[in-house]
Design a protein around this ligand. Structure first.
Ligand SMILES: Nc1nc2c(ncn2[C@@H]2O[C@H](COP(=O)(O)OP(=O)(O)OP(=O)(O)O)[C@@H](O)[C@H]2O)c(=O)[nH]1
Ligand SMILES: [Mg+2]
Length: 458
């Protein structure tokens, strides 16, 4: 799958399969999110449709009537055969499931000039499709068809920047592509071309993918070992990790509290790599802040697995800032997804603060209501310097509480150590005696222990 190669694929028709377990507002919000994902890829959403089904697992995921309707919207390029029994079955199932009608158009907040549908040249389902379901619809409609996972993986492929992210995403992409390659039309094409070697080509392609996967996994292990080494070097410092749903404002907040140039963008999955910076204004000892990859509902399993290492920073963090876009009406369910994924990757034990971001988009009443609902949370806007400074103070406060206070006596002759103490510990008092300085410091236990050992060897 390489959407980038097809410049003409830019009018997308989105389809929601509503089931008894997935319907109503949940399905509508999810479809709106799919529209944003597809837009992130540069497509224009020209319309949405929904189909009621008992499950998303049926071989023909669209009923006959809906299929004919969509075939019209995609220019009748495929082979829609009459499947009367299918239409009957769909109705029967829909009735059993308690639905009255079996299909409808869903209205989304899509600019009206995009409607009525321009002829769509790509169809995107807001669910996962099996390779055979995908192939069936593709044959029936004669246009490119994608499922939600395919779209997410494509976005990840485009946005990955660092070596680790690229390796992880490529592994997920190949795992996704491999079964689709087996069942895709490429074997048919080989046969049509009269080569008679379709199967051999397929086998060859599959072996190539297997070899590629093995090589990528080897590379990933070595890159991850390197990263682990770097993390160990920093392990004594107090670390804060920003975690949350995609587009919540993590990178923007990171930029604000570290004074760094981390890019925050209004697109989904802008960040795919963990970035670490020091809290700014600088503290003694330094406090590290890491920005992490964002989450989304129905995240592909392979990608969740690949987050294990990307999220190692969050794993080591002493404080987790759960950043949410409080101006998004569905932020509560987004927060649930974040908890779920973090639990899966084993990151849930550290101290947490819920950061209700984008408060500049909320009225005073809305903010009051949120304070009532989440009394322990902090309402902020990454765009408001006062809020950023309050969050900075909060982080420093938590870090200070984790430190222990101690007194250290340093002779004036140990000039190097005096400088080190001032630059790496929080000095609360300095008392000048005849032959030495008595420092009262706050620092972590490991650093204090190390310093005392050095003093013994002076
Ligand atoms: N109005 C408003 N917009 C914000 C605020 N914080 C971030 N944004 C905007 O929200 C969009 C997403 O911000 P990012 O910082 O990229 O979000 P993210 O959580 O890092 O997103 P991913 O990297 O995709 O996980 C950008 O357009 C930001 O300018 C805020 O406090 N108020
Ligand atoms: Mg980001």
């Amino acid at each position: 799958m390489q959407l980038t190669a097809k410049a003409s694929l830019n009018h997308a028709l989105l389809i929601s399969i509503c089931t008894p377990e997935f319907k109503g507002d949940e399905a509508k919000e999810s479809l709106a999110e799919l529209a944003r994902l597809v837009t992130t890829l540069g497509f224009k959403v020209v319309g949405t449709q929904s189909q009621k089904q008992s499950s998303t697992k049926r071989v023909n995921v669209l009923g006959l009537g809906k299929l004919a309707e969509i075939a019209q919207l995609t220019g009748n390029k495929g082979v829609v055969e009459g499947r009367e029994e299918d239409a009957d079955l769909a109705e029967e199932i829909a009735n059993e499931a308690g639905f009255t009608a079996n299909s409808s158009a869903v209205s989304l907040d899509i600019p009206s000039e995009n409607l009525p549908y321009a002829c769509a040249d790509v169809v995107v389902f807001d669910c996962d499709l099996s390779p055979s379901q995908l192939r069936n619809v593709e044959n029936q409609l004669g246009v490119e068809v994608f499922d939600r996972t395919g779209i997410i993986i494509e976005i990840f492929s485009r946005h990955a920047r660092t070596k680790t992210a690229k390796l992880q995403v490529e592994i997920a992409r190949l795992n996704y592509v491999a079964p689709r390659l087996r069942e895709s039309s490429c074997g048919d094409k080989e046969r049509q071309m009269g080569k008679g070697a379709g199967e051999t080509t397929l086998e060859l392609n599959r072996r190539k993918i297997r070899d590629q996967l093995a090589e990528l996994k080897r590379e990933l292990v070595s890159v991850q070992d390197e990263m682990k080494g770097r993390r160990t070097q920093r392990s004594e410092l107090f670390c804060v990790a920003l975690v949350g749903y995609t587009n919540a404002g993590k990178s923007s907040m990171m930029r604000a509290i570290t004074g760094s140039d981390v890019v925050g963008e209004n697109k989904l999955f802008a960040t795919l790599d963990t970035t670490v910076r020091a809290l700014h204004p600088i503290t003694q000892p330094r406090i590290l802040v890491s920005d992490t990859v964002g989450f989304i509902k129905k995240l592909p399993h392979d990608l969740v697995a690949s987050f294990h290492s990307t999220l190692a920073e969050a794993h080591d963090a002493s404080l987790l800032l759960y950043v949410v876009d409080a101006s998004d009406p569905s932020f509560r369910s987004q927060l649930e997804v974040v908890h779920e994924v973090l639990e899966k990757v084993g990151v849930e034990d550290s101290k947490k603060l819920l950061v209700l971001n984008k408060s500049d988009q909320l009225s005073t009443e809305q903010q009051q209501a949120l304070i009532q609902e989440f009394p322990d949370a902090m309402i902020t806007s990454a765009r408001n310097p006062d809020d950023v400074s309050t969050l900075h103070k909060y982080i420093v406060g938590v870090a200070q509480n984790e430190m222990i206070e101690d007194e250290i006596i340093i002779p004036y002759t140990a000039k190097g150590i005096i400088g080190e103490i001032r630059s790496s510990m929080s000095v609360t008092k300095e008392e000048y005696e005849y032959s030495h300085i008595k420092f009262t410091v706050r620092s972590n236990a490991i650093d204090l222990e190390r310093l005392k050992k050095r003093m013994l060897n002076l």
